[in-house]
Design a protein around this ligand. Structure first.
Ligand SMILES: *Cc1c(COP(=O)(O)O)cnc(C)c1O
Length: 334
């Protein structure tokens, strides 16, 4: 009898997979656990996707998302060669790990807490990790101690998740300037922030910025993200991606999104206003709430431990997120 477990590489056998937020199909559930947008895509985006659902689905999509990259280049004031699109930005974070980090000897570096996918990507690749704690208030720590300026790839979630904390461009620029390895600034929530660091990817040859259509542009289901950076880095990533990594409907939905920006900007303002209102309302009830530059807040609830609140809220059909990791165990993210 052949043992299927022995067919699996030891590295993969020992992997602990990334745990995404739950997607339960419960009627009437108020779903606040995965930072999705409460507003639907713009009507013109839905119409463009619907109009593309016909016999043409038998054809392969454009392999590099050429038309989408041209529109993104116009939007960001750069060239299509500065951009690669991916099956969500998650795919691009994985590609960056594979393209820029030597297995066994290379280091993937990130702050904790930040996006919990980074250590999983490093483990999958057999790379080393350097997890550097943020300060207690989730600000960037002093980089003299612990932070490795030679690390092959440093992921920085900015604004940060799950804390919601924003970082000033000047501070990020300082971090990039002293770094000898690649820096990937993950701007999944940047549309809800005061500043964005896209200019750093166009200024420094060793800096990439990741963006996604998932959160701010209500397209989680279509899986479209992109990276902006130096054409040499982008060309390396293009070599190792899947041939048709971004599906055709995703390419069409993302292009239509760029033609409906005023609709989204109005929603950003509404979401930011709700964030500020909720922050005040919760503070009035005795919750400690960290200032947020994202579409979510991190809050320490009063009276009961956060895990009890998670369960009690769930009984009332309100789903929030709780992370069982030391830095954020007292908090809920919603
Ligand atoms: C949601 C999220 C992503 C992934 O977005 P997709 O484009 O949907 O893959 C990447 N980074 C952070 C910090 C996120 O929160």
């Amino acid at each position: 009898m052949k043992d299927p477990r022995l067919m699996v590489r030891p590295l993969v056998r020992q992997l602990r997979a990334y745990v995404p937020g739950e997607q339960p199909k419960v009627k009437g559930l108020i779903k606040l656990n995965t930072n999705e947008n409460p507003f639907p895509p713009a009507p013109k985006v839905l119409a463009a996707i619907r109009a593309a659902v016909d016999g043409r689905l038998r054809l392969y999509p454009n392999p590099t998302g050429q038309a989408l990259r041209a529109k993104l280049a116009g939007f960001h004031g750069c060239k299509p060669e500065n951009i690669i699109v991916g099956n969500g930005s998650d795919e691009l974070l994985a590609l960056a790990t594979r393209a820029f980090v030597e297995p066994e000897t290379g280091t993937v570096q990130f702050f904790t807490p930040s996006y919990s996918l980074y250590p999983v990507l490093a483990a999958m690749h057999g790379a080393r990790t350097n997890a550097v704690p943020l300060k207690d208030d989730f600000c960037l720590p002093c980089l003299e101690a612990g932070w490795d300026r030679e690390a092959a790839l440093s992921f920085v979630t900015t604004p940060n998740a799950p804390s919601g904390r924003g970082y000033a461009n000047a501070e990020l620029d300082g971090l990039c300037l002293r770094q000898r390895g690649l820096v990937l600034l993950d701007e999944a929530y940047v549309d809800f922030a005061n500043e964005n660091a896209l200019g750093l990817a166009l200024k420094h040859p060793h800096v990439l910025v990741a963006r996604t259509f998932s959160k701010a542009y209500s397209l989680c289901a279509l899986r479209v993200g992109y990276l902006v950076g130096h054409p040499e880095l982008i060309a390396a990533l293009q070599k190792i991606r899947e041939s048709y990594n971004v599906n055709g409907l995703g390419q069409i939905g993302a292009q239509a999104t760029l033609a409906s920006l005023p609709y989204y900007r109005l929603n950003f303002r509404r979401i930011i206003a709700t964030r500020e209102w909720l922050t005040q309302a919760l503070a009035g009830l005795g919750f400690q709430v960290w200032p947020s530059q994202t579409n979510f807040i991190l809050t320490r609830p009063p009276v009961f431990p956060a895990k009890h609140w998670l369960e009690k809220l769930r009984q009332r059909k309100i789903l929030v997120r709780w992370f069982d990791s030391p830095e954020v165990r007292p908090y809920l993210r919603m």
